[in-house]
Design a protein around this ligand. Structure first.
Ligand code: CP
Length: 316
């Protein structure tokens, strides 16, 4: 594996399967009374968050602590960033404090890549602007594999049909998922209004559809994306009501899915916009499971990137 994880494209199929298999091993920790392993003892992980986060920030912190790493949490709010300190100077300051890995979330696409050029330790992209969110794609792949193939070690997602729906234009989750899921053998389709698709989508390894209803009956997985109104500087659809009518997943639409199909959402959700509450809370929904899987998947990434000591067999 490479030293950094900036893009899902950094992962070969073998790399991705190694992460999923390691996460599967580590998931067994969750059932033990003591959930900690000594494997990253003496290492320091810095969480460098310039943008709001609930799931990613907390799960990276939990993951590092469960592997016994020391964790430094840095939030741009309340720091010297408010006095104009640059990302480079902030990163070098944190590195001087002994960071072995820096987990970065930043509103600017490309920030994680820039950071990797300045620091000695590993850089993990926890979401950069509208670019990528590779560990979200890994936890999504882990969730799909567990639900639809029983989490079999070494198995990819070959032949599974994944439909990613909605605001692709502003979504780093969509880009990372298209790259990773296709590497793992899934057939990915983006279903969105033309205004919410990037111009370059033709070069992505996926199909495109404007008609969600026709995609649902052939989907094994439907992944709903948050409508990112805070990133929208123009009108991308006539109204929220119209968007929900065409691209929102409600109970009637969910009924068009095959019996085995699952519904995913990376969170945070706009209930009643891209997903109805009754769908989000249904038995098909993996949304809470995705959060739990985020901890084990991020543990696997930290363990493999930081070359932790071998962990004892978790099976009891
Ligand atoms: N899915 C995701 O990245 O959520 P947060 O913004 O809460 O981290």
């Amino acid at each position: 594996m490479k030293r950094h994880l900036i893009s899902a494209a950094d992962l070969s199929r073998a790399d991705a399967l190694l992460i999923l298999d390691t996460a599967e091993e580590l998931a067994q920790l969750a059932d033990r009374p003591i959930k900690k392993l000594p494997t990253l003892r003496g290492r320091t992980v810095v969480n460098l968050f310039y943008e709001d986060s609930t799931r990613t920030r907390i799960s990276f912190e939990a993951a590092a602590k469960r592997l016994s790493a020391d964790v430094i949490n840095f939030s741009a709010k309340g720091s010297s960033v408010a006095k104009g300190e640059s990302l480079k100077d902030t990163a070098l300051t944190l590195e001087a404090m002994g960071a072995d890995a820096v987990v970065i979330r930043h509103p600017a696409s490309g920030a994680a890549h820039r950071l990797a050029g300045w620091v000695q330790g590993s850089v993990l992209n926890a979401g950069d602007g509208t670019h990528e969110h590779p560990t979200q794609a890994l936890l999504d792949a882990f969730t799909i594999r567990r639900r639809l193939t029983g989490g079999r070690r070494g198995a990819g997602l070959d032949g599974l049909r994944v439909t990613i729906v909605g605001d692709v234009l502003h979504s780093r989750v969509a880009r990372s998922n298209v790259l990773l899921l296709s590497t793992l053998g899934a057939e990915v389709t983006l279903a969105a209004p033309p205004t919410l698709l990037p111009l370059a989508v033709g070069s992505w390894p996926c199909a495109v559809s404007y008609d969600l209803d026709s995609e649902l009956p052939k989907s094994d997985v439907v992944m709903m994306l948050r409508v990112q109104q805070e990133r929208m500087s123009a009108a991308y659809f006539p109204s929220v009501r119209e968007y929900s009518r065409r691209y929102g997943l409600d109970a009637a639409r969910m009924a068009r899915l095959p019996d085995h199909a699952i519904v995913m959402h990376p969170g945070p959700m706009n209930r009643g916009v891209e997903i109805a509450a009754e769908v989000a809370d249904s038995a098909r929904s993996t949304i809470v499971e995705q959060v739990a899987n985020g901890v084990t998947t991020r543990m696997a990434v930290l363990y493999l990137l930081l070359g932790g000591t071998e962990f004892p067999a978790v099976t009891q």
